[in-house]
Structures are given as structure tokens and as C-alpha cells.
Design a binder for this molecule. Structure first.
Ligand SMILES: NC(=O)c1ccc[n+]([C@@H]2O[C@H](COP(=O)([O-])OP(=O)(O)OC[C@H]3O[C@@H](n4cnc5c(N)ncnc54)[C@H](OP(=O)(O)O)[C@@H]3O)[C@@H](O)[C@H]2O)c1
Length: 270
């Protein structure tokens, strides 16, 4: 195969994955080349029907340094991983009906959360801001490029939503918002694949609640030495108490991507 044939093979696989996300044919082409095979291996699981009874497939991604940081102490995270992982993140957005981030990420990065680096639809942008601490000025509330839903605690739902955002009120639960209730609400609004894009607090809370099906962690050959930790979970006493799962490794440029089949397993704390 020459370069053009390889690119066409990968593009055909991507089109088939996007069609599957939209309810199109479930059969994917047989990849003739490594790039198409990698796309199929990484993303076919994200276009499967949800296995959990709540009807939502929950994926998550973090890009971390080799020493487990997703941002510097001042909150700068652009860019920890390389271009290939950035495009990978846009693919995860395109395959989900909703992309969710915590308030800390909106405050630090002011992200747009749209799909720009690959062909594909924009997901609904879902911002977890239980206490309504975010200001109105952020791009997701203003730019109108995709719908934005602001999730807050029920007792904070009185004030006007910021900019063009729609407000979704969810009960409080252990460790903050009741994430299981949030998933039920999102399913009722048509979200069957939710992509949790960070930060560490938010991904950690989904993981602690046993609500992540698939976790992608890109590890970059970079040492930061301080800053925002990738995952924050309650302490365990011994390594054997940690969460173990099946994993497949992929090379993404200079980075290594861990594709972790969490399958809603939940850590146990003694
Ligand atoms: N490298 C990467 O992959 C990546 C990805 C995303 C972000 N980042 C970086 O990570 C940093 C932000 O991450 P972070 O871990 O500090 O914050 P974060 O996860 O973005 O946001 C945390 C905040 O979201 C709210 N929240 C999230 N889950 C909640 C729950 N279940 N219940 C209640 N509230 C919940 C809380 O807001 P309140 O405290 O207001 O209640 C919480 O403090 C930024 O510097 C950003 O640049 C890096």
C-alpha cells in the first residue's frame, strides 16, 4: 500500500465509526493497514451499545506526564501530550453525544470542546459546576458553536444560566453531585455515550463511583514534578487494594496510550 491508499483506508474506517455512532451499519470494514486497525481497536468499543443498565457508555481521557501530572501548579496543561493525542481527543469528542468537564478545567483552560481536528459532529458540552462558581465569560457559554448544558446542584438552580447555556439541576450525592442521577438525566436527554474529558477531580469522582466503562490515559515523556494530579481517589493501604483491569497499549507519536477496560469496576477502600 502506498501513503495515499493507507490514508484512504484510515479515512474509510473513521467514516464507518462515525456512521456507527449515528445509528448506521454496525459492521466495520476490515482494516488493510495499521492506522485503520488502530482506529478500529481504539474506537469500536466506544460505538458499542452501552452495557450498563443506565444506558450510557462512559469514556474518559487524561493526558499526563510520566510522573502523573495533568497540569502545572498554575493550571497550564497546553500541551502535555503531542499532536497525535490531541487529534485522538477530538475523535473521542466526535464519537460521543456529550463531552463533560469539571468547573476547574473551564476556569483554567476556557476550552471550546468542539471537534476541529478530525471530521465529525460536535457533542453537547456539559459543564459540572455544582456551586455555580464559573463566570459567564467562558467560550462554552458564549460561542454558540454547540449546545452547552451547565450541571449544578438542585439548591443552586435559582440563578439565571450563563450566556446561552441551559441549566440542569441534579441532586447532591456522596462526594458532590449524584453522578448516577446525572447519567439517568443525560440518558433521558439522548446521551448514550458520554465522554469525560477531565480534569483529574472529575474523572476521579466518576471512577470512585464505578461509572467509567473505558479510560484512555496518554502518558507523555515529560516530568513536571509538581502540579495538578491526574487522578484523585481516597487512600488505599496496599497496592493489592488498587483497581486492576485489562489494558492495551498504543503508540501515539511520542506518547503511550493506555486503553483501560474499566467496565464500571469500582475501587474498594477498607
Ligand atoms: N491533561 C489533561 O488531560 C487535562 C484535561 C482536563 C483538564 N486539565 C487540567 O486540569 C486542571 C483542572 O483539573 P482539576 O482536577 O483541578 O478540576 P476539574 O476536574 O476540571 O474540576 C473540578 C471541579 O468540578 C466540580 N466537580 C467535578 N466533579 C464533581 C462531582 N462529582 N461533584 C461535585 N462537583 C464536581 C467541582 O467544582 P466545585 O469545587 O466548584 O464544587 C470540582 O472542584 C486544569 O489545570 C486543566 O488545565 C488537564
Amino acid at each position: 500500500m502506498d501513503g495515499a491508499e493507507r490514508a484512504a483506508d484510515a479515512a474509510a474506517m473513521w467514516r464507518a465509526l462515525i456512521a456507527r455512532r449515528g445509528g448506521g451499519p454496525r459492521v466495520l470494514p476490515e482494516p488493510a493497514d495499521e492506522k485503520a486497525a488502530t482506529l478500529k481497536a481504539l474506537f469500536a468499543p466506544l460505538t458499542e451499545p452501552p452495557a450498563a443498565p443506565d444506558g450510557v457508555l462512559v469514556s474518559a481521557h487524561l493526558a499526563q506526564s510520566l510522573d502523573g501530572r495533568i497540569a502545572t501548579a498554575s493550571g497550564a496543561s497546553r500541551w502535555i501530550s503531542g499532536e497525535a493525542d490531541l487529534a485522538h481527543t477530538h475523535r473521542m469528542r466526535a464519537l460521543a453525544q456529550g463531552v463533560l468537564v469539571g468547573a476547574g478545567t473551564v476556569r483554567a483552560d476556557d476550552p471550546r470542546l468542539t471537534v476541529r481536528l478530525v471530521p465529525g459532529p460536535n457533542p453537547v458540552r456539559i459543564i459540572l459546576d455544582p456551586e455555580r462558581r464559573l463566570e459567564d465569560r467562558h467560550a462554552v457559554f458564549r460561542d454558540g458553536e454547540a449546545p452547552t448544558w451547565l450541571v449544578c446542584a438542585e439548591d443552586r438552580a435559582g440563578a439565571q444560566p450563563p450566556g446561552r447555556a441551559e441549566l440542569i439541576a441534579v441532586p447532591r450525592g456522596p462526594g458532590g453531585i449524584d453522578l448516577a442521577a446525572l447519567l439517568r438525566t443525560l440518558r433521558a436527554r439522548g446521551i448514550s455515550h458520554l465522554f469525560v474529558e477531565g480534569g483529574g477531580v472529575t474523572v476521579g469522582r466518576f471512577l470512585a463511583a464505578g461509572l467509567i466503562d473505558r479510560l484512555h490515559v496518554a502518558v507523555a515523556p515529560l516530568l513536571i514534578g509538581s502540579g495538578v494530579p491526574a487522578l484523585q481517589l481516597p487512600e488505599i493501604a496496599a497496592p493489592e487494594d488498587g483497581l486492576r483491569f485489562a489494558v492495551v497499549l498504543h503508540r501515539l507519536g511520542e506518547d503511550v496510550l493506555f486503553d483501560c477496560a474499566i467496565a464500571r469496576r469500582r475501587p474498594t477502600w477498607r
